[in-house]
Design a protein around this ligand. Sequence first.
Ligand SMILES: Nc1ncnc2c1ncn2[C@@H]1O[C@H](COP(=O)(O)OP(=O)(O)OP(=O)(O)O)[C@@H](O)[C@H]1O
Ligand SMILES: [Mg+2]
Length: 314
Amino acid sequence: MSIKNAVEIQNLSKSFKTGLKKRFQALNNLSLTIKENEIFGYLGANGTGKTTTFKLMLGLIFPDTGDIKFWGVSFQDVKTRANIGYLPENPYFYSYLTGQESLNFTASMFDMKSNIKKERINEMLDLVNLQHAKDIQLRKYSRGMLQRLGIAQALVHDPKLLILDEPMSGLDPMGRKDMRNIILSCKDQGKTVLFSSHIISDVEMICDRASILSNGVLKKIITVDDIMDRDSNGWEITFKGNADTIESINSKNENFILKQLSAKDIFLLKAIDKKIAFEILNIIQKQGAELLSFVPLRISLEEIYIATTLKKDQ
Ligand SMILES: Nc1ncnc2c1ncn2[C@@H]1O[C@H](COP(=O)(O)OP(=O)(O)OP(=O)(O)O)[C@@H](O)[C@H]1O
Ligand SMILES: [Mg+2]
């Protein structure tokens, strides 16, 4: 079965009026395809056009040029919105409503039968772990609770596509972990998730693909496979050895770096070449030294991000 495209963005540009005759180009000729059921990370520094892209997708603002299609249907068709759940960058909540009332309010905007609505709200409260706080007014919610409620609101009408603008912002490590799990559970249910974030490790952990936006221009698209397949920046070996092991290794006179890490004969060795790394591994095992770890040094998404973002300034 061929994979369908959930989103197709073609040559999208958006400028804002900033003076009498001045316009600021916030998004420049963006083309991007998001496949059905993928988790896509939309990365970029502050002010590079992430929120602008999302607002264009939601039809909250209009492009100068370009088109967006959801499952082949143009964004200009308002019916497409029923398939989209959106968590804005700064969600606004009615602070005197309770969590449950707030979800009910959002659900009422969609065409849902009352028994299904009730069931769905209950499911959402479970999913975002707010069942215990459903009768508490939102003004008493913490930042993390509000962010989780925001996700529940985005999901209450069971959309096929979720667009989340900085869903991890303001969350502590446990809150971020919960948010990652919620996003992964959406994928398990067949949904497509597009989210922006500044926290690259979160993107790396859960995304199938990610893109890097810089000054309104899409610079790069990276897949998880790109990161995993790269044959590394070298190999790192840690082992517990004695003078004999070290002598045997040093006698190879090859290209590597060897450091003693502690007084307890623990050593760290870095080799760029895979063949050399495996030969040294062989020596360690032959000498009966204790191997502690043997890992490829993969380039991280963070390194790719920094290299891509710096390039634009040169
Ligand atoms: N209504 C507007 N009028 C003028 N300029 C705007 C408007 N909305 C956004 N911009 C500008 O467009 C650029 C992109 O803004 P956008 O909010 O899309 O960035 P972002 O990537 O979401 O940033 P952040 O990570 O800080 O949320 C910024 O320079 C911003 O100042
Ligand atoms: Mg933004």
